[in-house]
Write a protein that binds this ligand. Sequence first.
Ligand SMILES: Nc1ncnc2c1ncn2[C@@H]1O[C@H](COP(=O)(O)OP(=O)(O)O)[C@@H](O)[C@H]1O
Ligand SMILES: O=C(O)[C@H](O)[C@@H](O)[C@H](O)[C@H](O)COP(=O)(O)O
Length: 173
Amino acid sequence: MGVSGTGKTTLATELARRLGWDFQEGDALHPENNIKKMSSGQPLTDEDRRPWLELCHDWLERERNIGHGAVLTCSALKRSYREQLRAGLPVEFVYIKVSPEVLKARMAAREGHFMPPSLLPSQLATLEEPSNDEPVIAVNGEEAAERVVDELVKILGEDAHSFVEVSSGVAPA
Ligand SMILES: Nc1ncnc2c1ncn2[C@@H]1O[C@H](COP(=O)(O)OP(=O)(O)O)[C@@H](O)[C@H]1O
Ligand SMILES: O=C(O)[C@H](O)[C@@H](O)[C@H](O)[C@H](O)COP(=O)(O)O
């Protein structure tokens, strides 16, 4: 999770590969209208995001039901969105922190993406940083991606058993 340009896709694809978990790009679940809206420089509203978050939640739920570890990219900007995403599921958020200056440069340099850099201020204004009572691991998204993934593989790889036990309904031994 994190605003546009924090490195969600970069970190999540590598994390899923390293852990052998399934991967879903959250952007691919957006209704077409949301993509059109963002492409034309308009920020999404709560209403726009609701059906998208539902699809994200449903994907996570299907993964839980088959008992498979899974990684989903999703900006998950507000606490209420994160609550919708994790409802009834053993979800751990990875909050990727990057300074606005670095985000601006990254978004300007990124090619072939629908999200215009002009939407960065609204992304930052909408972001509610996760608090300590949420299941979250915060990482420094300005570090080399490989180092961040190494760290996450250690933490999430060790936790994998408890995730699978919860997700498959099998009581821990
Ligand atoms: N840790 C990192 N260090 C340097 N550049 C990065 C890092 N993570 C991502 N990037 C670059 O920043 C841009 C945005 O990354 P991306 O993964 O598309 O972010 P998001 O999915 O959060 O929008 C890409 O051009 C990517 O190569
Ligand atoms: O909630 C939102 O406003 C969007 O989901 C947004 O946060 C997301 O960032 C875009 O889909 C751009 O895609 P990237 O995050 O991959 O840049």
